[in-house]
Ligand binder design. Structure first.
Ligand code: MG
Length: 360
């Protein structure tokens, strides 16, 4: 079954409210959508989220690399050779992980639609209810506490708290949130590279003394500071998770060989797609390190694809896939049910290209 055409569309999607981290403030996102059409008319869809601050991938860069490098490798090729196509695509250029992820999602979507299976089933997983978290943007301690309380009243029992802007204030922010939500809510902290290693140890030890009871602290230091991650891990009890330090399977091996972290946060846009994401989860499994699947601020298609990945690997035990809840994007909201993500039994990722207000 040959791949007939690959076409691209971009769409700007506004956010319901600004999303603020130590790295950036986002008020709208532009995503690149990939429509991959097989010769029998089946259309697989994928999407990429440009995040120049994290992956270096821009909208124009993603479009250019798909149009001129990745698509020419795939058009007129047989989709049944999926693994060989994925390898050829990954080897076609360095980096460009967001473009590769979008095309991979479209390849897997069309292939599983062709076989009449939901993607999680094709990957050997099971339909399952995945418990999602919701993010609280970095802000004043008072407004973060109020926001956290509101989210818990809406049914969320796992919150991701964005910090990394002024260590002393971060302690205040986290303690205010803990006080507001009570002891039973699970708190994941994300500093988005905002601290130094010594500062992180001081902050986390202080939070431990004050019984903040944190599930994990994500990416406390700069992405390249593997020594720093290791230093922090050795000096605190709270589990440390790598996010921006982890793109590829090779990065995973480096982090794990160095015993630098307790958890890995895998994202399709960093890994370059579904196959590398699963490879990272398997590598981590052999080191007894559990993984989370997260996302950038992305449209629903790639986030739902990430949920299929999470449902298919036993070493992915956490998800952080709240991005669609931030978006004024109603196209596929029936898949995203607040604190639970329910995967569709429809084939592929469970989203028809007809439901998107984009033409092939
Ligand atoms: Mg993160």
């Amino acid at each position: 079954m040959k791949i007939e055409t690959i076409s691209l569309h971009t769409k700007v999607i506004p956010l319901k409210k600004p999303f603020k981290t130590a790295l950036r403030t986002v008020t709208s996102i532009e995503n690149v959508f990939v429509f991959l059409k097989l010769e029998n008319g089946i259309v697989g869809i994928g999407s990429a989220a440009p995040t120049v601050a994290i992956t270096g991938d821009s909208t124009e860069g993603i479009k250019d690399i798909i149009k001129n490098v990745l698509a020419p490798l795939l058009v007129n090729k047989d989709i049944h050779n999926l693994n060989f196509l994925l390898t050829a695509m990954q080897n076609a250029c360095i980096g460009n992980t967001s473009a590769k992820a979008a095309v991979e999602i479209a390849l897997y979507d069309s292939y599983s639609k062709l076989l009449g299976l939901p993607l999680y089933a094709l990957l050997g997983g099971k339909k399952t209810l995945l418990e999602n978290d919701m993010t609280v943007s970095v802000d004043s301690a008072e407004s973060m506490a109020n926001e956290a309380k509101k989210l818990v009243s809406k049914g969320f029992s796992i919150l991701k708290i964005k910090v990394g802007k002024n260590g002393e204030k971060d302690i205040e922010r986290i303690l205010a949130v803990r006080k507001a939500v009570g002891p039973s809510v699970s708190l994941r902290i994300d500093a988005n590279q905002g601290w130094t290693a010594k500062e992180a140890v001081k902050i986390i030890q202080s939070l431990e003394r004050q019984q903040a009871n944190l599930k994990l602290v994500e990416q406390p230091v700069n992405a390249s500071d593997i020594e720093g991650l290791k230093f922090i891990k050795e000096h605190v009890f709270t589990p440390i998770m790598a996010d921006e330090s982890l793109f590829s399977p090779q990065d995973a091996i480096c982090l794990l060989e160095n015993k630098a972290v307790d958890f890995l946060n895998i994202k399709l846009m960093k890994a370059g797609g579904i196959r590398n994401a699963l490879t990272i989860a398997s590598i981590a499994q052999s080191y007894n390190i559990e993984c989370m699947v997260g996302s950038m601020m992305e449209a629903s298609i790639s986030v739902v694809a990430a949920a299929h990945v999470a449902a298919s690997h036993p070493n992915i035990t956490m998800i952080d896939l709240d991005a669609p809840l931030w978006l004024e994007d109603l196209t596929v909201d029936h898949h995203i049910l607040k604190e639970k993500i329910i995967l569709s039994e429809d084939s592929g990722i469970g989203i028809s290209h007809n439901s998107l207000s984009l033409s092939v």
